[in-house]
Design a binder for this molecule. Structure first.
Ligand code: DAT
Ligand code: MG
Length: 153
């Protein structure tokens, strides 16, 4: 796969559960590069736009409320590397934690689809849109691993 960027967000339940370091560790130790990170309580507008394709679903309102409550922030991140969009989805696991493989974040740490701890973009198109929604261009950084040759050939 080519070098890509994806939007990964630890949701408020993941922050409450103390999973921030664990999530970062899994992406970082895999060899992916953290090019943007911030804590943010999303506005209703941002959360609604982020989940705009789910507007008609019965859980939409509850989903937006849980993302925007401010009872914990969202940890928003941009990760970069070969095939990071698809591989990020594998690291996260299936949407419903009851279907998520052990070894994935949702498979290891969550039980309920309404509290599945983490978001990851599902395609190049959604990654591009979501990074643009959550981050200003100046909040995403171009940088190189000095040891890149030991990760990617
Ligand atoms: P994913 O987060 O794996 O991309 P999605 O885009 O289909 O999954 O849905 C976005 C989020 O909406 C999901 O992470 C949790 C919530 N959700 C999805 N299906 C749900 C359901 N049946 N009941 C409650 N929440 C649901
Ligand atoms: Mg999705």
């Amino acid at each position: 796969g080519g070098i890509e960027r994806t939007f990964i967000a630890i949701k408020p339940d993941g922050v409450q559960r103390g999973l921030v370091a664990e999530v970062i560790n899994r992406f970082e130790r895999k060899g992916y590069k953290l090019v943007g990170i911030k804590a943010i309580v999303p506005s209703k507008e941002l959360a609604e736009e982020h989940y705009g394709d789910l507007k008609a679903r019965p859980f939409y309102k509850g989903l937006v409320n849980y993302m925007t409550s401010g009872r914990a922030p969202v940890i928003a991140m941009v990760w970069e590397g070969p095939d990071v969009i698809r591989q990020g989805r594998r690291i996260i696991g299936a949407t419903n934690p009851l279907d998520a493989e052990p070894g994935s974040i949702r498979g290891d740490y969550t039980i309920s689809v309404g509290r599945n701890a983490i978001h990851g973009s599902d395609s190049f198109e959604s990654a591009t849109i979501e990074i643009g929604l959550w981050f200003k261009p100046t909040e995403v950084f171009d940088w190189k691993f000095t040891h890149e040759e030991w990760i990617i050939s």
